[in-house]
Design a protein around this ligand. Structure first.
Ligand SMILES: *Cc1c(COP(=O)(O)O)cnc(C)c1O
Length: 254
């Protein structure tokens, strides 16, 4: 199992590097980050990927993030691991997210109230501000989390003005599954890019200071080519997941 993960990671990294080389000149200096999405996968596979050099890992169930990040073996074997929370977050669960050793980023802030709750919970630690992304529902699908694009600047503004324990890092989308790339650029990625432009214009930010988290196993290369700074890749590294009844975007409501 560990060997298969190392091979999966190596192949994803090769495709990742090749996609970086295909970027237009204006993107060539921005180095995207690979987040290995380890949800439903056992600790030994996380450790195998870590030993192969991977540092950023993503989880979308709060309970699972909590267990994995606090696990003694992970803590001792993966001291430089950087956890990303990429699942739906309820306000009454922010204390669990905060209780994640080596938490690097929360990518799924989708309301001003949730931002304030995380800000307060994180503040009790007196650490450096925690990086967050604001999630945008670029595909306007009812079951996907995230803000409407037009609601996004106000929530980003709230984070910047009212939540000094949070460090605004960028915008994140999940997008439509199974988009056929032969039809042209993925519209979700275009909506997120446009949303960044709006946020930057309204709030006076520079676009190279605002990350875009977009792209998963099926489309991470295309996402890199069009400007993603953070791709979240699970099954191409760890193998297919054996799903519980619900799809990933509905999960983590417990
Ligand atoms: C599961 C998940 C991914 C990774 O999906 P793959 O298709 O396995 O690469 C990325 N982002 C989010 C938010 C997820 O829940």
């Amino acid at each position: 199992m560990g060997e298969a993960v190392k091979a999966g990671l190596k192949s994803v990294l090769e495709r990742f590097e090749a996609a970086c080389k295909r970027r237009p000149p204006e993107l060539s200096l921005i180095r995207p980050r690979l987040v290995a999405v380890s949800k439903t996968k056992p600790n030994e596979l996380i450790i195998a990927a870590y030993e192969a050099g991977q540092r950023h890992f993503g989880e979308n169930y709060i309970q699972e993030l909590n267990q994995k990040s606090n696990d003694a073996e992970i803590l001792s074997k993966c001291p430089e691991i950087r956890w990303h929370f990429i699942g739906r977050l309820q306000r009454n669960k922010v204390s669990k997210v905060v209780n994640t050793p080596n938490l690097y980023m929360v990518e799924t802030i989708d309301s001003a109230k949730l931002a304030s709750a995380l800000h307060e919970a994180w503040g009790k630690f007196g650490k450096e501000p925690i990086k967050i992304m604001v999630q945008v529902n670029t595909s306007a699908e009812a079951e996907k989390g995230g803000l409407k694009p037009e609601e996004t600047p106000d929530v980003v503004s709230h984070v910047l003005e009212k939540c000094p324990n949070l460090k605004f890092a960028g915008l994140m989308t999940i997008g439509q599954y199974g988009y056929d790339i032969s039809l042209g650029p993925n519209p979700d990625f275009q909506v997120l890019t446009k949303c960044r432009l709006d946020v930057c214009q309204k709030l006076g930010l520079k676009s190279d200071e605002v990350e875009l988290s977009m792209g998963m196993s099926d489309d991470f290369e295309h996402a890199i080519e069009v400007g993603s700074t953070n791709v979240r890749v699970g099954s191409s590294i760890f193998g297919a997941r054996l799903y519980k009844p619900k799809s990933p975007t509905h999960e983590d409501q417990k």
